[in-house]
Write a protein that binds this ligand. Sequence first.
Ligand SMILES: C[S@@+](CC[C@H](N)C(=O)[O-])C[C@H]1O[C@@H](n2cnc3c(N)ncnc32)[C@H](O)[C@@H]1O
Length: 251
Amino acid sequence: MKPVTEEQALSIRIATHGQFAKYEVNDWILKNLNLKKGERILDIGCGNGKQLIPYAKIVGDKGLAFGVDLSEELLEELKEAAKKSKVSIKVKRCGMEELAEGLGKERFDAAASSFAIYYSKDIDKTVSDIHSLLKGGGRAFICGPTEGNNKELADLHVKVAPLPSKFIENTQFMAKTALPTFEKYFKNVKTSIFKNPITFPNKKAVLDYWSSYTLFNEMAKDRFESLLDDYFAKKSTFVTHKIVLGILAKK
Ligand SMILES: C[S@@+](CC[C@H](N)C(=O)[O-])C[C@H]1O[C@@H](n2cnc3c(N)ncnc32)[C@H](O)[C@@H]1O
């Protein structure tokens, strides 16, 4: 059992990246999307709006920032955040396996999905729907963890417990499953890698992150904690690297 809900875990990970990561992942995402005022963008697995709010600020009132997610709770948080930021957004509770059905006649200049596509239970349909929801010449930018992501944290973890299969699957999904599927549906596909060191200043910060992550293992918590005690007795910081694969696909 995780000590927190999926929604709380997402907030902890976002806060950790905000505090301790060297770079802001949204800067890299926005550069790849090259979003313009007046455009219509669909954010798949938008969560509580880490990307959708910035998209809404760029496209403005004449454009559309449309977010879909399965979590009602995160969509409610997102609506509140949009009100606070005074931006206009549209949201819908919709699984990424049912985008065509959920979005009907809506069409978009751009589609984005950050750290969410590996949740798809039917990647072929998800990508085919993204393709059909884009206008001619539209583009999609999809990103998620890839080989070597959080290797340092995983190396620490294997000293107390085996790597969970979900962690391995999520790390392999982008390159092995998502990329070939985008290549099947889109004529122009390019990839890029984003590397972001996260420097944790103390044991609590590492433990909170690990506890909110796919690596978390209740049975191994005490052993992981004492491993961290030993580590921070000798060193003042712990660094792990986020390695993210971006897929830019043009229609
Ligand atoms: C790791 S979060 C990423 C959220 C946001 N894009 C970000 O970077 O902060 C993954 C999101 O995917 C959503 N999700 C999981 N399975 C989904 C599905 N089958 N269809 C749509 N959204 C899903 C979760 O509710 C969660 O908000």
